[in-house]
Design a protein around this ligand. Structure first.
Ligand code: 13P
Ligand code: SF4
Length: 300
């Protein structure tokens, strides 16, 4: 970690959390780098006074809901998630009514007000287990249609209604690009995120969250991999493996929002206490339970 940053962080009793999609310079300077589930679990139990969340807004909001007494900072104010914006609280309530009250499972990639009207949240790491944990038979899965479809394929005894949202970064992975890579690297194993389209998931050897994919390539006896997720994961994959080769599907595997945070933004976040996440108390109260349930359910 940069010494200046370290000094400031110690003085303020702050912790720096970063998602695997963040720039290398951020991952290098974070106390913890993880997937959405791991970072939410750390945010829930940290003893720091300030959480600096290098990721996108829904992640920082989740940390605030889990630790409302703490100051949570998002270094770049407009680092959002386009998929999260594909579901609004009003539209979810309307759909729930139309479908006659199914259980609402919302992906953590939602805005806080959508979580506040959800029964339980999940991440890509535990979505199957979360849906399996529900005793009712009908579930509305919001907002990712690809992750929802993947859950539906794996939980056969429930009716899962899908929302029509998607992640623009993962949706761009095409089967033809994957086939081309498979032709060029016939021995490579394919590991993809469940936000990828069905054709891509169906052609994969492994489907998992960002940390699931990183663990898979690290533990595998194979040496060459085709990866279907945002390219930020390469930083940690390369750090953890020697002589393994990785090929990302397509040439657009970048989440522009995750790439907005640079080292100077992280430094300024600590120096100027910006940008603080403030949520309405009622939203914090009603979103707490669904998120708390989420972090207690193990990885699928
Ligand atoms: P993870 O659940 O693997 O952290 O992924 C988060 C995300 O935003 C994927 O697009
Ligand atoms: Fe949202 Fe996709 Fe970026 Fe993840 S990768 S934060 S789902 S836009």
């Amino acid at each position: 970690m940069e010494p200046e940053l370290e000094k400031l962080k110690e003085k303020l009793n702050a912790v720096i959390l970063a998602h695997y999609y963040e720039l290398d310079e951020i991952q290098e300077n974070a106390d913890f780098v993880g997937d959405s589930l791991a970072l939410a679990q750390i945010a829930a139990k940290t003893e720091a006074d300030i959480i600096v969340f290098c990721g996108v807004k829904f992640m920082a909001e989740t940390a605030k809901i889990l630790s409302p007494e703490k100051k949570v900072l998002l270094p770049v104010e407009d680092a959002g998630c386009p998929m999260a914006d594909m579901a609004t609280k009003e539209a979810v309530l309307k759909k729930k009514k139309e479908l006659m009250n199914p259980v609402v499972v919302s992906y953590v990639n939602t805005n806080a007000d959508v979580k506040s009207v959800s029964d339980i949240c999940c991440t890509s790491a535990n979505a199957i287990n979360v849906v399996q944990s529900i005793k009712e038979n009908r579930v509305l899965f919001v907002p990712d249609r690809n992750l929802g479809e993947y859950v539906k394929e794996n939980v056969k005894n429930k009716t899962v209604y899908l929302w029509d949202g998607y992640c623009p970064t993962h949706e761009a992975f095409g089967i033809s690009e994957l086939e081309e890579l498979k032709n060029s690297y016939p021995d490579a194993k394919v590991a993809v995120h469940p936000e990828s389209p069905k054709a891509v998931r169906d052609a994969a050897d492994f489907i998992g969250s960002t940390s699931g994919i990183i663990d898979y390539v690290q533990k595998s006896a194979d040496n060459e991999f085709i990866i279907g997720t945002e390219e930020g994961v390469l930083f940690d994959m390369k750090r953890r493996t020697k002589n393994k080769r990785f090929h990302i599907i397509g040439n657009r595997a970048i989440c522009i929002n995750m790439k907005k945070t640079h080292l100077n933004d992280l430094y300024d976040a600590l120096k100027y206490g910006r940008y603080e996440i403030n949520l309405n108390e009622d939203i914090i109260k009603s979103a707490y339970e669904p998120i708390k349930k989420m972090i207690s359910i193990k990885r699928s």
